[in-house]
Design a protein. Structure first.
Length: 512
């Protein structure tokens, strides 16, 4: 029997209703799917201190001050004894953290200052940009140090929010040696909100910002990056913490940073986010040893900031992720700050670009305490600027002959560097060894070719090369591999769109 027009109308109306209903169901399913995906994404809290020493945390051997919140973080999480940054100076170390690359690959050397015009190339893919692809809220509160020009600011590099300073706090009226420094700018996003702010309030203000960010974003995945301004010299603490430790102002500063960590962790726990938040804590490099009582400690390691000895590159690291990372455990495998980007990318299901080779590796099995998990790094390279100075393979580390900085005389006091009264400071634009030594109380010395067993001699005091000459031959194998990697994959001269390109990405001076 033929259908009437009325029947056709009813049929069409019924079909449209079913299609509309199905569309709503499909949209609802998508929303539920997106919501479920977002719910499964871990929050990332990355706390990085500035120039804190390897033994400046209680569980790493601190003396004269206490770090109960960091110690608890270690009890609830995992401590990494052989955690390395990729450079022993601020800008280069942070460039490696953000890109997953040795700083040479992205042509970021040394430490930028108020005269610098370069920054990370816009083509580089930074950690916050990886997280933004999955809908993360992102914030950076503290010292950026990857570009003083607004075009290189955090807000142009994947961060929704920025509060802090563009370079180190000694680039100010508080520089102990260099006169006529410009006022230190404090930024909110891309706007200067104050000049020469009260530095004793830095740690507290960064903490308050961090807690507020967690509370505002508790219902969505977030990435909170807190690159603390302290304890880089000059050091300051709020009145509440002044005199709180047995080690003077430096101990007070570390105890306030520990308090800050505690406040951030409490905010996470208070919002019920402990089981979906990965917390990472480490220092950007070793301490400014020439500043003596205002500097950190590296025992049992050798030397500190600005060197390729263990005290410059190995820093205290703790990670916590409740019910994911096994509590109260220790990892002694070799891992790096460069590994964080590929590891986090893997965790959130992001594939990295094939045309942007990186040096970091996925260390999730080590984070999670998988039995038998080993370091993905067969070798680790130690650069000072573009110069390769050492390589670690397994427990052994070989230094090629090179110059390095060591404290000029007795360590400094009262915020001044060693040999303060005799210094003849060069311009702040003189960034070579001689220039740094002239401003910060160091002298230039040399180390010969040397092989150390870091398992038995973490202080790099006993050269065993004469007893193990095969160590030199093994190291040259890694050196050749290193040269091949850089020859084929480096991205030299890509740091700046404002100044001439920096030096080429690698130099094997004195290497063999």
């Amino acid at each position: 029997m033929a259908r009437s027009r009325a029947d056709d109308g009813v049929f069409r109306q019924s079909l449209e209703m079913r299609m509309t209903s199905n569309l709503f169901v499909w949209i609802a399913m998508l929303c539920v799917s997106a919501s479920s995906a977002a719910a499964s994404l871990p929050n990332i809290v990355l706390i990085v201190t500035d120039d804190q020493g390897y033994s400046d945390v209680g569980v790493f051997g601190a003396k004269g001050f206490q770090t109960p919140h960091l110690d608890r973080l270690a009890r609830d999480g995992r401590r990494f004894t052989d955690f390395y940054v990729a450079a022993s100076v601020c800008t280069a170390s942070r460039a490696a953290l953000m890109t997953g690359c040795y700083p040479n690959r992205v042509s970021m050397f040394g430490a930028l200052n108020h005269t610098s015009r370069e920054g990370l190339h816009p083509d580089e893919v930074l950690l916050p940009e990886v997280l933004k692809t999955q809908g993360y809220a992102t914030a950076c509160y503290g010292k950026w140090h990857l570009g003083t020009v607004v075009e290189f600011f955090p807000t142009r590099q994947g961060f929704d929010e920025f509060f802090g300073i563009p370079y180190s706090n000694d680039n100010s009226k508080y520089h102990p040696v260099v006169a006529d420094m410009p006022p230190l700018p404090l930024y909110e996003n891309e706007t200067v909100i104050a000049y020469d702010p009260d530095q004793s309030l830095f740690t507290r203000r960064l903490t308050e910002k961090s807690v507020d960010f967690i509370e505002r974003n508790k219902d969505r995945p977030f990435f909170l990056y807190v690159p603390h301004i302290m304890p880089h010299v000059p050091i300051f603490a709020t009145e509440r913490f002044q005199g709180s430790s047995k080690l003077g102002l430096y101990g007070d500063v570390i105890q306030e940073i520990d308090w800050s960590v505690g406040e951030i962790v409490k905010a996470i726990d208070r919002q019920g986010l402990s089981e979906k938040t990965l917390i990472i804590f480490f220092s950007d490099n070793g301490p400014f040893l020439s500043y003596g009582e205002h500097a950190g400690h590296v025992e049992p390691l050798r030397e500190g900031k600005l060197t390729t000895f263990e005290g410059g590159f190995r820093t205290p690291c703790i990670m916590r992720w409740t019910k994911k990372i096994p509590a109260g455990t220790v990892c002694s495998e070799m891992v790096s700050s460069m590994d964080l980007l590929p590891t986090i990318a893997q965790m959130i299901g992001v594939s990295l670009r094939d045309d942007r080779p990186i040096d970091g590796r996925n260390i999730e099995p080590l984070l999670m305490g998988v039995p038998g998990a080993r370091s993905p790094h067969e070798a680790y390279y130690f650069y000072a600027g573009p110069e390769l100075q050492a390589v670690r393979y397994g427990d052994y580390k070989l230094h090629f002959p090179h110059q390095y900085l060591t404290t000029a005389a007795e360590p400094g006091r009262h915020g001044f560097p060693s040999n303060h009264g005799n210094l003849k400071p060069m311009s702040i634009t003189s960034s070579g060894l001689a220039g740094i030594a002239s401003r910060h109380g160091y002298r230039v010395t040399e180390t010969p070719k040397a092989l150390f067993n870091l398992k038995t001699d973490p202080g790099e005091m006993h050269n065993i090369l004469d007893r193990h000459p095969e160590g030199w031959h093994v190291s040259t194998r890694w050196l050749r591999r290193c040269g091949t990697i850089w020859a084929t994959n480096s991205r030299g001269g890509r740091a700046s769109g404002f100044d001439p390109a920096p030096p080429s990405s690698i130099s094997l001076t004195n290497a063999c």
